[in-house]
Design a protein around this ligand. Sequence first.
Ligand code: 13P
Ligand code: ZN
Ligand code: NA
Length: 279
Amino acid sequence: PLTSPKELLADAYRNRYAVAAFAAHNMEMMRAVVEAAEEAGAPVILQTTPATLRYAGLESIVAMARAAAEGAKVPVALHLDHGDTFETVVRCLRAGYTSVMVDASRLPFLENAAFVAKVTEAAHAAGVPVEAELGTIGGAEEGGAGEEELTDPEAAEEFVRRTGIDFLAPAFGTVHGVYKGEIRLDFSRLEAISRRVGLPLVMHGASGVPGEMIRRAIARGVSKVNFSTELKRAFVRQLRNYLSNHPEETDPRRILLPAREAVKQIAKRKIEIVSGVVP
Ligand code: 13P
Ligand code: ZN
Ligand code: NA
């Protein structure tokens, strides 16, 4: 069965490592990520945005994730990433998601907190932990605007108190997608947030961030690290490559296998970074 991230992140938080969470858009990426976790011998979180649910269908995603978890030698969780509406969260809770993120970070503080509190009540009633974002993480996140506003540590403490969330996603300089120019992460802010909230923190926008910086964030309370862009790019790059080298190939399985393998290699490398195997 699927595993709850509550225990996974509690252990990671205590022992100062992190669990990697990967965007899985289709069966190939999902299988690739679970195989990578098995090879690395570490737990993993599969995550889907509302856009992925629209693309693949909620029931198909849950069935595939359950099937992958069933046969896996490591714990596998299924998470809603950047959940936007109460309805989407409730659908995921009913369908068997093991954690949900609610992203109301575009709302003013009090409205964000009130909405997140409402979602958290529903999720906790179903025994499911909640991740929420305070401040705004920059970049082109799906459906997002992309204006950056770093999280205030004092506000973070009040946000956690008002909402009862389990994991906090702070904005400390990471951006979704690729980094333009130098990456500047505010580690002292991250440390202050961690001290105030005392909860596992979630690092968004980890594609493009060097392993050394990811490790520094983990040392300051980050227990879940989100990757999407690097996986997507690896998938599409291999797909293009294979198709241009094999224009006559008509078997979708042969065409998709190298793309799937490329995703697996990237995911494995990221898992090794966050679990502390490699710097
Ligand atoms: P990247 O696309 O930069 O890896 O960000 C992933 C993410 O934060 C998903 O929530
Ligand atoms: Zn994100
Ligand atoms: Na990024």
